[in-house]
Write a protein of this length. Structure first.
Length: 219
């Protein structure tokens, strides 16, 4: 509980981002997402994610499936270039790359790779959620279901792996009462169920709004 991350570079970056968002007249949802980002990277949760892969996965899910859509809601004037399918593909690629054992190991061994991992996950997620605003409801629903399926598939692969895959956590989980394989299985289950449920919920909400939309008025 004492492992707060008060790195001056991180705090300066957060302050610069807050100032920029204030100049862009960001709305309430953005600031809720910003508070989550601060919690993820400044609070002891960040240090715990270095010990437990399951917490790292929860960290990434909050970053990409909670904070990123809040950013998109809070910056309605932002329009990313490229269509939603392109951003969805980019985010899926980034998520799978950074949760493959070799790139993940590199990210925990290098500060530069660590921040590249975090920024690429957040940027592609933000682009995906923001691009959904200009997508037709059927396309948005289809892409959200695709995100749900790929998240569940990656989670299942991690859950059913017979051996620990992530070397940085081989010696860090026992202190928390978990064997490395148990920690890895818990991480896979977090992807498989709660994370996939977030995309399912967004798809159902989009479909509900579509069904509740008033019919077009004949000219």
């Amino acid at each position: 509980m004492l492992r707060w991350n008060l790195d001056p570079g991180l705090l300066a970056a957060l302050g610069a981002a807050a100032l920029m968002a204030w100049r862009w007249k960001a709305r309430g949802p953005f600031w809720a997402g910003f508070a989550l980002i601060a919690l993820l990277f400044v609070s002891p949760l960040c240090a715990l994610s270095s010990a437990l892969f399951s917490v790292r996965v929860a960290h990434h899910i909050i970053l990409t499936a909670v904070a990123a859509p809040l950013f998109a809601l809070g910056l309605p004037r932002f329009r990313p270039r490229g269509g939603a399918p392109l951003w969805a593909a980019g985010h899926i690629l980034a998520f799978w790359i950074w949760h493959a054992p070799p790139p993940y190991t590199l990210a925990l061994a290098s500060d530069g790779a660590f921040w590249l991992m975090q920024l690429s996950l957040l940027a592609t997620a933000f682009g995906f959620w923001a691009s959904l605003r200009s997508s037709s409801p059927p396309l948005a629903i289809g892409l959200l279901f695709a995100m749900m399926v790929q998240m569940g598939l990656l989670g299942a692969l991690i859950t059913f792996a017979g051996t620990p895959l992530y070397a940085p956590h081989l010696a860090t989980t026992i202190a928390w009462g978990l064997a490395p394989l148990e920690d890895q299985q818990l991480a896979g289950l977090i992807m498989w169920a709660p994370a996939a449920a977030l995309y399912l919920g967004a798809a159902l909400w989009t479909g509900w709004r579509l069904l509740g939309a008033p019919p077009p008025v004949a000219a």
